[in-house]
Design a protein around this ligand. Sequence first.
Ligand SMILES: Cc1cc2nc3c(=O)[nH]c(=O)nc-3n(C[C@H](O)[C@H](O)[C@H](O)COP(=O)(O)O)c2cc1C
Length: 352
Amino acid sequence: MQLGAESNVQRQPPALQIRELLINPPLLLAPMAGLTHSALRRLMVDFGGAGLLSTEMLSAKRLPTENPRISPYLIRTEKENPLSYQLLTSNCQEIGRAVDALHAFKADAVDLNMGCPSTAVGRFGAGVMLMERPEEARRIVAEARKRTVLPLSAKIRLGSDAGDSGKLKTFCSMLEGEGIDMLTVHARFKQEPFVRNPRWAYIAEIKECIKIPVIANGGIFSVEDAEKCLEISGADGLMLGRGAVIRPWLFAEIARNIFGGDITVPVVTLPDIYTAFIDALNADYRPIYRLGRLKAFTHYFARNYKFGHSLACRIQSSRSMDEARERAWIFFENNSEEYSPTAERIGKTPDY
Ligand SMILES: Cc1cc2nc3c(=O)[nH]c(=O)nc-3n(C[C@H](O)[C@H](O)[C@H](O)COP(=O)(O)O)c2cc1C
């Protein structure tokens, strides 16, 4: 299928210059555990349109001992550029060695995770819990800023609830004051699930109190969503998560239609995309790291099909990559008709 041939009126925010890094167009890939690794990033790069790619969250503590040639979190090909690395930490002592490791891995930017609501992460005071530990968050940012001249960003949520808006603004100003160059806001409160509509209007309020670029994240699954989010939030750029896993060509569509990117109209053949993903996993990942990643990707990608739940179930119960590939091919032969997922259905995903 050929997509997005008609270009809408372009009302684009300009490319972002963050220190030495040009983010053009201002469309960013969201960090997603188990998903935003090299094999998936390559699919997106082939379509074009992403201005900044991302790793999944990386434990600052473990990072210095990881081998970037074989670690499934760190494998990277030359075409995955520019690439931001997200650090997960609960204390400033871990930052120095982690940032040194990122320099050795040739990171293009460093992001600090201050938005992950998972209880496992929160137990250690990391992720969104840092928004409730502003003094430690301040020390983490100050230490990271001291250690690197790379673009330094933070990714947050909206805080605990609507009554927190003063606290939220103070937190954002603190981040800016300590040297954060760019802020991404996942427009949901701490415990809000994906079924809850994102609150893009809150981002407009954050923008009023800081000067650094603010990136809007949450609930963007189409060009229309992207336009609406930009309009409501006034953000300087957008970050795409699940939408770009379901449709690795979504960056290209949004870049063409909103940012006037010189990008070929995406020609999408779903079985080819799936096969390319399997091939990348088989080529570059050690066997134990392949099947889990294929299952995680299929959970989202299957939504392109009317009977996608059947594909997802078949892959979920596969015991090997070969079995999964064979089952997928049988499915593709019998389901040539794909369809566009709606936000309503996409909303019913497990909460992160
Ligand atoms: C499976 C999954 C894993 C995620 N892992 C991370 C992560 O490692 N770091 C992070 O900051 N956010 C993580 N997120 C949150 C996303 O970055 C993003 O904020 C969220 O999915 C909302 O954006 P979306 O509606 O475009 O998906 C994850 C989300 C999902 C669905």
